[in-house]
Design a protein around this ligand. Structure first.
Ligand code: FPP
Length: 265
């Protein structure tokens, strides 16, 4: 849903959290733009693909930390609708990588109570990947741990267009009164339906762009950009991102509740 998530302790489990962080002010939902795999590989004289393979390890450990630290949802940008324009061998490599990771990791996702969902136009992905996605989604849908959303063949603008089309179709057939469309009913048509909006967006490799990611959902999200290349993103980098998040004053367009006298400003 698109409501700003009020700070709630519901998602906090009894778990070890890193020193220096306030367990009551952890983000409920983190969004991730995992950038810099290619540059990481190039800096080591390796093929770009090795950067993606190393990126999987960084994602696995970030997911594990978030689950352990009581974060309710992690949404990662794995493959955008624009990524099809990359060289064919890189696209094929990524699809095969997603398949092999799913095959290899499904058991541990189940064991660790992770609920995995793939957000995007899944029907356009290779058939083998589609059936692995279906299996992983079904086998983990009742899990009680972190919601792990993998944006694959995902585009933010496309997501908005698809939502508008669905609402328009229901209006055209008389099932929906267009006057009743509001922010909540619109958000229910998005791939992220049922998830609170991200509190924190982390983007690695120093780029300061949204890149067609979660255009609706990031309306009031705090953004943390780090120069670290994605495969090097580790517990210390995540702790820094969380500390940066906790240093922000979130006003959602209102005034700072900690400052009493707003009369002169
Ligand atoms: C961006 O780096 C990264 C990607 C397009 C792919 C991200 C995918 C993974 C980390 C694997 C995730 C795996 C699963 C199963 C979810 P880039 O290639 O644009 O790097 P560059 O900007 O340095 O070239």
């Amino acid at each position: 849903m698109s409501q700003p998530s009020v700070i709630s302790t519901d998602h906090l489990k009894v778990c070890a959290q890193p020193k220096g962080l306030d367990p009551l002010r952890m983000p409920a939902h983190i969004a991730l733009i995992m950038d810099g795999n290619g540059r990481w590989a190039k800096a080591r004289g390796l093929p770009r693909m090795m950067g993606h393979t190393a990126g999987v390890e960084a994602l696995k450990s970030t997911l594990r930390l978030c689950n352990k630290w009581g974060i309710s949802a992690l949404t990662a940008y794995a493959f955008s609708t624009e990524n099809w324009s990359r060289p064919e061998d890189e696209v094929n490599f990524l699809m095969t990588l997603f398949e092999s990771v799913l095959q290899r990791e499904l058991e541990s996702l189940e064991r660790e109570q992770v609920r995995i969902r793939f957000l995007g136009e899944i029907h356009e992905l290779p058939e083998k990947l589609q059936s692995l996605i279906k299996e992983a989604t079904e086998k983990t849908c009742l899990n009680k741990g972190i919601h792990f959303n993998v944006c694959t063949n995902y585009g933010g603008r496309r997501e908005l267009v698809l939502a508008a089309q669905r609402l328009a179709k229901r209006s055209a057939t008389g099932q929906l009164d267009p006057e009743l469309i509001d922010e909540n009913s619109f958000a229910e048509e998005l791939f992220t339906s049922g998830e609170v909006d991200p509190d924190l967006l982390i983007r690695t490799s120093g780029e300061r762009r949204i890149s067609n990611f979660l255009l609706w959902q990031l309306a009031y999200t705090e953004i943390h950009v780090t120069e670290i290349l994605w495969p090097d993103f580790d517990a210390a980098a995540l702790t820094l991102a969380l500390a940066d998040y906790q240093s922000r004053c979130r006003r959602f367009g209102g005034l700072d509740p900690l400052i009493n006298d707003h009369s002169q400003s």
